[in-house]
Design a binder for this molecule. Structure first.
Ligand code: GAL
Length: 396
């Protein structure tokens, strides 16, 4: 007689999947949402979170796929509860606890994220989860938390190679598997110890591959260059996290630069976590973060990042496949004046046997325009710090 587990295995289901604990659908495409840190830092509270959640719905962002509302550092008191050992939400910032916020966020059809740390304390000095993983995972589950961003500060020196760091993160990955609520596990280990090699194996669904982003073009360029050699790692189930979006946070980039930033994060399949005050944004910023055609690239079911095809001076060509035989190409100009860039069919499709005579229809995802049909290559003007993002509905 077969055991239940054997029957489930034959059916291709694990016990954990049936219990709903491991939900493979959580990371089928890069996660989309909002996080409090970039704009509010430690000034996070229930009002900020609930206002943002309400606006996520009323502005139509939820319908575009943004679903997580994530509380970052500084949400708790400095001391754990003496008897339960749980982390205590700061009653001034969160008078209804995290559970109270989760209920409000869920009532809007959105999901709630929280933040902790794989060390003794968070980066801002609040309690971290190291040594308390199961207690904290249980509390998060009880409160209705759907997402955990897990930072890397104050880690007792338990870092320096993949084996040591991965063990520290696995403790929480395992604890999350023991609770009844599916919780998305977002590792925030700043690319340390090649986290992209082990993030998946400790239960992570995304992992930061770089240090903190800032609202500057040089920061965006630096993260892109770090991502290029590891772009093949992202795939459904686990994503390289290029950090939260800076679009419209402090207006330290031009609209052109923010447009490039958003395009590249989408095409490289980074999580798309907004950081700006979405309750008060200009129409230019709203136009960027609501571009359906670019979001469709981010959320494409194939889940494959674009790859860098070439670099010529300050210009880079990135391209990669989408589902349904389609392709996307990004022409990026890091230089300071407009240039004309050309992508041949063999560059775009990464195929030296590409049919140069094939006429292919090309669509511009920012102009929302069909550019017409081209043979052998397509050339576009790309402004300083700008991108052109083109979609091809078939291959050569
Ligand atoms: C950093 C992390 C940031 C933010 C901050 C909070 O380590 O990379 O995204 O979470 O800590 O203190």
């Amino acid at each position: 007689m077969l055991s239940n587990a054997q029957v489930l295995t034959i059916l291709g289901l694990s016990v954990l999947q049936v219990m709903g604990v491991i939900d493979p659908s959580l990371a089928k495409t890069p996660q989309m949402g909002w996080n409090s840190w970039n704009k509010y830092q430690c000034n996070v509270n229930e009002t900020v979170i609930v206002n943002t959640a309400n606006f996520m719905v009323s502005s139509g962002l939820k319908d575009l796929g943004y679903q997580y509302i994530n509380i970052d550092d500084c949400w708790s008191l400095h001391q754990r509860d003496n008897s339960t050992q749980r982390i205590v939400p700061d009653p001034e910032k969160f008078p209804n606890g995290i559970k109270g916020v989760a209920d409000k966020v869920h009532a809007l059809g959105l999901k709630l994220g929280i933040y902790s740390d794989a060390g003794t304390n968070t980066c801002a000095g609040y309690p971290g989860s190291y040594g308390y993983e199961q207690i904290d995972a249980q509390a998060f589950s009880d409160w209705g938390v759907d997402y955990l961003k897990y930072d890397n500060c104050n880690n007792l020196g338990l870092a320096g190679n993949a084996s040591i760091s991965s063990k520290r993160y696995k403790r929480m990955g395992d604890a999350l598997k023991n609770v009844s609520r599916p919780i998305f596990f977002s590792l925030c280990s700043w690319g340390q110890d090649d986290v992209w090699d082990w993030g998946r194996s400790v239960g992570g669904q995304s992992w930061r591959m770089s240090g903190d982003i800032s609202d500057h073009w040089s920061s965006v360029v630096s993260i892109i260059n770090q991502e290029v050699p590891i772009a093949n790692i992202s795939a459904p189930g686990g994503w390289n996290d290029m950090d939260m979006l800076e679009v419209g946070v402090y207006d330290q980039m031009t609209i052109t630069e923010y447009t490039s930033h958003f395009s590249i994060w989408a095409a490289m399949k980074s999580p798309m976590i907004l950081g700006n005050d979405i309750t008060n944004m200009t129409s230019d910023i709203k136009n960027i973060i609501t571009n359906k055609e670019v979001i469709a690239v981010s959320q494409d079911s194939l889940g494959e990042s674009v790859k860098q095809r070439w670099v010529k001076g300050d210009t880079h060509l990135f391209a990669g496949p989408l589902s349904g035989q389609a392709y996307v190409a990004l022409f990026l100009n890091e230089g300071n004046s407009t240039v004309t860039m050309t992508g041949t069919w063999s560059d775009v499709f990464n195929n030296k046997h590409a049919n140069k005579q094939k006429s292919i229809a090309v669509r511009d995802l920012w102009a929302h325009t069909d550019l017409g049909s081209f043979r052998a290559a397509v050339s576009v003007d790309v402004e300083a710090h700008g991108v052109r993002m083109l979609r091809f509905n078939q291959q050569a």
